[in-house]
Design a binder for this molecule. Structure first.
Ligand code: AMP
Length: 549
């Protein structure tokens, strides 16, 4: 029996239409360093229509052409997030922190036709635009001089200015009905090894994912919320926050290029967000700032932390010193990105609740998860069996852009192989111990680099700790700890070794220690363990070797 239900496609233009009308008075605020810029969602709707007209009539976007963004998190980026998919084209968020070669590779791979660029990023884009063979139009947002782009690309590209391009366009666009399974947006993985791989989100997957983001088991967004979206819009769609905001009526606060702790603290005090999302390093920096400056952050009920493992010490520090709940979440570009959120189940209180909060979180109905052994054999979801995490669901990618078939390295029998290693509990909580490629195998036993890092970061003198496996003649591999010490604090390697020895199995305690000024980061702000390993191999680290504790 077929259902009697209407078959209304789930499409991005529906989210836009809803937010711009029902929640028309909600606003997006963009930080400028001076007076913030404000635009209501109703005005975002009208501006999206004007952009769509301009893209169609002035840039020749008539089908599923790719329209790339090379922008900070701001109003114009939000407008593009809605206008491009709603008109039936495909939004491609370029990661401004990748090398020029990688940016050019990705733009070519995606066959980008237009690039929207922030004027502060013109010099950066100029370094790759010459090698982008498919781009024909560049739209400059802001008042910068586009001469470097023209010099690099010649008359192959037409340069437009956002304000002039949109000035006389109609404020209404007849958004077409699209196939909900068609691509709406494109994101490339940050790929620390090999070429970046593209994931094409569908209208349907974005819609379903946005609904999930709004649920209480995820971020619980509603019309009284103000969401500070620090996680870049070029990284995994800013965790879906822009779309979820329009769906729920939550206002958005966008940091633009002001990503240091001081302006973020200022934004929080002035714009009073209730929620915020960013990778752990942003929160580590902010915590150090809040500990030494008197800032009113009382508006924040929660901050969502994901992208890399959140150290428990960070959660406790925010809760105890600033009354803010840090909520841990896990996801990937390949999973839209929401995979799991760590909210304790009913009945868990005190220490038990904290133990749930340390995990990567519980999977929602839309994400099925399993743990598999080395040959791909499913292992029990018993919270103890350790293996690779595999997931599947309607907002998980089934292959990469340009591949005819799923890449066997990344997909297995309809499951996405996440490359993350850990356990799954009977009640659906994931606990990750490592990336498969970062696992440390010492004398045949696994050591969790994440556990060592989290334990070290609980030491009051330690700002950051990054642990990698390095070759060892006796044990094959042993952990090397690289540590960043808080400004003004002092601690010795011996003290840290003894601190660890009381908290983890003694055989796991590293012998090799290096104090560094900063841990190298990937393009999306995670510890770049590949660089740490190669610095060690090249003798670029000042390593002390200690005896066992
Ligand atoms: P990306 O596609 O760049 O967002 O990277 C996804 C990867 O980030 C995952 O496969 C994990 O290795 C890592 N990751 C994301 N969230 C977490 C988390 N909460 N804890 C540990 N690793 C995480």
């Amino acid at each position: 029996m077929r259902s009697t239900m209407m078959d209304a496609p789930l499409q991005v233009s529906r989210i836009l239409g809803h937010g711009a009308s029902v929640h028309g008075s909600a606003e997006v605020v963009t930080w400028t360093g001076g007076e913030p810029r404000r635009m209501s969602y109703a005005e975002v709707g009208r501006t999206a229509a004007r952009l769509a007209h301009a893209l169609r009539d002035e840039c020749g976007v008539t089908g599923d052409e790719r329209v790339a963004t090379f922008l900070w998190n701001n109003t114009e980026h939000l407008v593009a997030y809605f206008a491009v998919p709603s008109m039936g084209a495909v939004l491609h968020t370029l990661n401004i922190r990748l090398s020029p070669d990688q940016v050019a590779y990705i733009a070519d791979h995606a066959a980008d036709h237009v690039v929207l660029v922030d004027s502060t990023l013109i010099p950066l884009l100029a370094r790759s635009i010459g090698a982008m063979t498919t781009v024909r139009h560049v739209v400059v947002v802001g008042g910068g001089d586009p001469a470097p782009l023209v010099a690099a690309a010649g008359d192959r590209i037409a340069v437009h200015h956002w304000d002039a391009l949109l000035a006389d366009q109609p404020e209404v666009y007849d958004w077409p009905e699209v196939d909900e399974r068609d691509a709406a947006a494109l994101c490339y993985t940050s790929g620390t090894t090999g070429d970046p791989k593209g994931v094409a989100y569908s209208h349907r997957s974005i819609y379903l994912h946005s609904v999930q983001i709004c649920l209480p088991e995820a971020f619980g967004l509603g019309p009284t919320d103000r969401e500070l979206a620090i996680v870049p819009m070029f990284h995994a769609m800013s965790w879906g926050l822009p779309y979820a905001a329009f769906l729920s009526g939550a206002s958005l606060v966008m940091p633009d290029r002001f990503l240091q702790a001081a302006p973020i603290a200022e934004m929080i005090a002035a714009e009073r967000p209730t929620l915020a999302g960013a990778v752990p390093t942003i929160w580590t920096d902010l915590l150090a700032y809040l500990d030494t400056h008197d800032v009113d952050v009382s508006s924040l009920r929660e901050v969502i932390v994901g992208g890399s493992a959140c150290p428990p010490a960070l959660m406790h520090a925010f809760a105890e010193r600033h009354g803010i709940d840090v909520i841990h979440a896990w996801g990937m570009t390949e999973t839209s990105p929401l995979g799991s959120v760590a909210r304790p189940p009913a009945g868990a209180t005190g220490e038990a609740a904290w133990r749930y909060r340390y995990t990567q979180g519980r999977v929602p109905a839309g994400v099925a998860a399993r743990i598999v052994g080395p040959a791909g054999e499913p292992l029990p979801a018993d919270g103890a069996s350790v293996g690779e995490l595999e997931v599947r669901g309607p907002w998980v990618t089934a292959r990469y852009v340009g591949d005819d078939a799923p890449d066997a390295e990344k997909f297995r029998a309809g499951w996405l192989r996440t490359g993350d290693v850990g356990t799954l509990s009977p009640d659906g909580f994931i606990t990750l111990t490592d990336r498969a490629k970062d696992v440390i195998k010492s004398g045949g036993e696994w050591i969790s680099s994440v556990e060592l890092e989290n334990t070290l970061m609980a030491h009051p003198a330690v700002l950051e700790a990054c642990v990698v496996g390095v070759p060892d003649p006796r044990w094959d591999e042993r952990p090397l700890a690289t540590v960043v010490v808080h400004e003004g604090a002092t601690v010795t390697a011996e003290e840290l070794r003894d601190f660890l020895a009381g908290r983890v199995a003694r055989w796991q305690v590293p012998e090799r220690w290096a104090f560094v000024d900063a841990v190298p980061r990937t393009s999306v702000g995670k510890f770049d363990k590949k660089v740490v390993r190669s610095r060690y191999a090249d003798g670029g680290l000042d390593v002390r070797e200690l005896s066992a504790p």
